[in-house]
Design a protein around this ligand. Structure first.
Ligand SMILES: Cc1cc2nc3c(=O)[nH]c(=O)nc-3n(C[C@H](O)[C@H](O)[C@H](O)COP(=O)(O)O)c2cc1C
Length: 212
């Protein structure tokens, strides 16, 4: 019995060593991930071809994996692939040319109020609480979305909706957003025509060690 236990322990240790070795060999995954980040760029010209539904679903799944304050996940997405609705949704938005060319457009929305039991009374009823950090969460979700788009060889451009009243009003109205929901960003996604290149933004002077 004791011998069996020792054998099992040795086997477990060996498996651990083996798994660790496997972890150490994932350098290529790290390179691929960092490379994807470095390759991301704003793409403003698309072929007009549609985006496959399952690809779009995976992109939105990746977006939703973003971190959020208190894990409140204030995001929602409205996917627009009916081009006949563009004018009525976006009015005279200055990015309309991009939207027309895109295969799909994602309106990334933020709920500024979170409904759940409070910290003070975690077993109590769900109550509405103003989410003071929704803007931070939305930056993270948009970047996740853009990185997933890049990973699929597609192109996208983050276009601001919030905080511009003239951009938000028609979107809010046309999409029937609830009063606490803000149309945060509009992200056209399409097959790139291939003219956009990533920028080299490396700037060593932005890094400080131990103090400014
Ligand atoms: C909050 C935000 C709002 C933006 N709004 C617009 C926009 O309305 N129209 C546009 O063409 N690009 C917009 N961009 C894209 C930026 O212009 C772009 O990210 C920047 O020039 C850097 O280029 P890169 O994305 O290729 O690295 C926006 C980006 C951010 C983060």
């Amino acid at each position: 019995m004791k011998k069996t236990t020792i054998l099992l322990a040795v086997a477990a240790l060996m498996m651990g060593a083996c798994c660790h070795k496997q972890e150490a060999s994932t350098g290529s995954t790290a390179e691929a991930v960092v490379n994807n980040i470095m390759q991301r760029k704003s793409v403003r010209q698309y072929t007009g071809a549609p985006i496959a539904q399952d690809t779009l679903a995976t992109i939105l799944r990746a977006a939703m994996a973003a971190p959020s304050a208190r894990d409140w996940r204030p995001w929602s997405f409205v996917v627009i692939d009916d081009k006949s609705q563009l004018e009525s949704i976006f009015g005279d938005n200055m990015n309309m040319r991009m939207f027309r060319q895109a295969g799909a457009i994602v309106v990334v929305c933020a709920d500024t109020v979170h409904v759940s039991p409070t910290r003070e009374n975690p077993d109590g009823p769900a109550v509405p609480q103003v989410n003071s950090m929704w803007r931070d969460d939305m930056g993270a979700v948009c970047e996740n979305l853009l990185l997933a788009v890049e990973a699929y060889g597609l192109g996208a451009c983050w276009t601001a909706c919030y905080p511009f009243a003239d951009r938000m009003a028609p979107v809010r109205e046309a999409l029937g957003l609830p009063p606490t929901v803000v149309p945060y960003a509009v992200v056209p996604i399409g097959i790139p025509t291939g003219d956009s290149q990533p920028k080299d933004k490396w700037d060593e002077t932005r890094i400080h060690h131990n103090r400014w």
